[in-house]
Ligand binder design. Structure first.
Ligand code: ZN
Length: 228
């Protein structure tokens, strides 16, 4: 299968669903990342300016993806923190879908405003999910949408499934027990984003830990899986 990961920031693939990505590549599926923003606001160190941070994060993203078996990455470079669900963004994503022709598209759940009582979900994550959904249906499969794409040779394509990661109401689990250490290795490549990698690794292991009725443990990433 062909799986497109359409998310906002360089590090979102690893944090939201890195175990699943590692499993998919191990099983022989073809995975491409589309990073919508340039990640230029993801650091508060005054010695690092925006353009430097963009280059650092692209380098980190390439290294992290390599840990998960992914080398096919598209950086669309929209402004970090300012993502809006415009027709222009939908067209940019529809172009990626028509070009790659994925069976499954993965994005962040746009319905999640907050995680329980803990924290607010980043606007870019919500917009990424919303714009990706809108790009898939009806736009990428309908010749009347974005005629400039068809004129440029991008034929219509309709994925069969849309999976939302970061969902608070998931309906599907991927067993990533065999991939969790690769997910953590990938997380460690995001040096500009992770100040305390040991603590983050511990949280990653614990956060997706599940216990069977017989007491044995396994690890799973959860998705809201939508059949299209
Ligand atoms: Zn993010």
């Amino acid at each position: 299968m062909r799986i497109l990961i359409s998310v906002a920031h360089p590090d979102d693939p690893e944090f939201f669903c890195g175990g699943s990505i590692a499993r998919w590549t191990r099983e022989g599926h073809t995975v491409r990342y589309v990073l919508l923003t340039d990640g230029s606001k993801g650091n508060d160190d005054p010695s690092i300016d925006g353009p430097l941070l963009v280059r650092m994060r692209q380098t980190e993203q390439i290294a992290a993806a390599a840990e998960l078996g992914v080398s096919d990455i598209r950086f669309l470079d929209w402004q970090d923190g300012e993502l809006a669900n415009t027709l222009a963004l939908q067209q940019a994503i529809a172009r990626e879908i028509r070009q790659f022709k994925p069976d499954i598209v993965v994005s962040t759940d746009p319905t999640v405003l907050h995680y329980g009582a803990l924290r607010v979900n980043h606007n870019d994550h919500r917009v990424a999910g919303l714009a990706t959904a809108d790009a898939i249906f009806p736009a990428s499969g309908n010749r009347m949408y974005f005629p400039a794409l068809l004129e440029a040779g991008f034929e219509m394509h309709s994925p069969t499934e849309l999976w939302f990661c970061g969902a608070t109401h998931p309906n599907y689990l991927v067993d990533v027990s065999a991939e969790i250490e690769r997910k953590i290795a990938a997380m460690r490549k995001h040096v500009s984003q992770v100040k305390q990698p040991e603590q983050v690794a511990q949280r990653m292991r614990q956060g997706i830990l599940r216990i069977r009725a017989d007491g044995s443990q396994w690890q799973a990433e959860a998705f809201r899986r939508v059949m299209l």
